[in-house]
Design a protein around this ligand. Structure first.
Ligand code: HPA
Length: 246
């Protein structure tokens, strides 16, 4: 099957609106079950695949997502270009709630996740180049699509991937800022590196849901507000992807 583009939806994006002739695929993988069925359908004359990263009812926390199964299943169905849609907290001052960012770098603070397909006995050990963790041409196309859709995204930024599911302490965010992180999220890794291992073009569309701990005016981060901001930002995703495939 040929798929023009796949999207992995994060918190707030559990279904892809506007998919025509949807078909559900439950893919068996050597790594166990993916987060759920992959829904393929027609979208603006192109074939799109969609997978809800946390499951369609948001039952999988970030550290329990089977990233290997998700990427393997998408690749198996023919996806060679993937946009990861990720909810994030903003660390940089211009990355407040509802802002969209297409990051260009990653610092990985996660632990205990399977980060490679060569983590199984007998597999060939690959040391891939990851200097540029996202595919430059797909990032550029995504940024242009966001501008055409009337919802421009910030070009570049460093995504700090934390373990979750809790949010960070203020001290952790101070350290992350010192490390050069502009955004913080829980699902950007190992998704990006697994895509690279499979030679899938991959870019991240980060939706800022809140200022990270200690970065905004709020004493406490409200989960209700996170989801309200995410609902607003998520509405821009289908029009952007429509421009991307057009
Ligand atoms: N931290 C980590 N992940 C997140 C945040 C945050 O503040 N907001 C949304 N996803």
């Amino acid at each position: 099957m040929s798929i023009d583009l796949a999207a992995i939806g994060g918190s707030g994006l559990y279904q892809f609106p506007g998919l025509e002739h949807p078909e559900r695929h439950s893919v068996e993988t050597p790594f166990g079950p993916a987060s759920g069925d992959i829904v393929c359908g027609d979208f603006h004359g192109r074939r799109i695949a969609f997978l809800a990263r946390h499951g369609e009812s948001h039952t999988l926390p970030p550290h329990r997502v089977n990233y290997r199964a998700n990427l393997w299943a998408l690749h198996h169905l023919g996806a060679r270009r993937v946009i990861g849609v990720n909810a994030v907290g903003g660390i940089r001052d211009d990355m407040g709630p509802r802002v969209m960012v297409v990051p260009d770098q990653i610092v990985d603070y996660t632990h205990g996740r399977f980060t490679s397909f060569c983590d199984v006995e007998g597999a060939e050990v690959k040391h891939i180049d990851f200097s540029e963790p996202y595919t430059a041409s797909l990032r550029a196309a995504l940024l242009a699509a966001a501008t055409r859709a009337g919802t421009p995204a910030i070009d570049g930024g460093c995504y700090g991937a934390t373990q979750g599911p809790r949010l960070e302490t203020r001290a952790e965010i101070i350290r992350m800022r010192r490390d050069g992180c502009d955004l913080v999220g829980m699902t950007g890794m190992p998704e990006a590196v697994l895509a690279r291992e499979l030679d899938i073009e991959y870019a991240c569309l980060a939706l800022v849901a809140n200022f990270a701990a200690g970065c905004g005016d709020e004493e406490e981060i409200s989960i209700e507000e996170i989801f309200a901001h995410l609902a607003a930002a998520t509405a821009s995703v289908p029009p952007i992807l429509a421009e991307l495939v057009s």
